[in-house]
Write a protein that binds this ligand. Structure first.
Ligand code: GDP
Length: 142
């Protein structure tokens, strides 16, 4: 993985989008945007696993809501490859609050609120490596 670190990011299709039956539609948008899937799985996070993933947000007022939501149903975790993947995936996702997201972004199309906002993406290459390692073993990368 390390030799391609700059071209990899970590993404989640969150429980709201999976529950709404939009997994396939989001994945199509991912592929159409030129991302290659390097790893992917459907998982249902426990509350504790969601808390571990969002540890940096523990002191934020919405931490309880966020971790309850993220453990409320299955989600799809993704390792995405593209040149400049972190930036490219954040651009495709759009703003955290779908009301502020640009036309053509995933959150504009699939998200319903700032909390239930359809997708996650790492915010730096360093965090991408940490988040990929939280969810995937080396054997799960193709
Ligand atoms: P992101 O990098 O665009 O995902 O945004 P942040 O790192 O700021 O927040 C992480 C996640 O916490 C967001 O994607 C939302 O799911 C959630 N979140 C952020 N702000 C709020 C809020 O005000 N209320 C709730 N319930 N959730 C929020």
């Amino acid at each position: 993985m390390a030799e391609q670190a700059g071209n990899l990011t970590f993404g989640i299709i969150k429980p709201d989008a999976v529950r709404a039956g939009r997994t396939g539609a989001v994945l199509q948008r991912v592929l159409d945007a030129g991302f290659r899937l390097r790893a992917m799985k459907l998982i249902h996070l426990t509350r504790r696993e969601a808390e571990g993933f969002y540890e940096v947000h523990r002191e934020r007022p919405f931490f309880g809501e966020l971790t309850a939501f993220m453990s409320s149903g299955p989600c799809v975790v993704l390792a995405l490859e593209k040149e400049g993947a972190v930036r490219a995936w954040r651009d495709l996702m759009g703003a955290t609050d779908p009301a502020k997201a640009d036309e053509g972004t995933l959150r504009k199309e699939f998200a319903s609120s700032i909390g239930e906002n359809a997708v996650h993406g790492s915010d730096s290459e360093e965090n991408a490596q940490i988040e990929l390692a939280y969810f995937f073993s080396r054997l799960e990368f193709v």
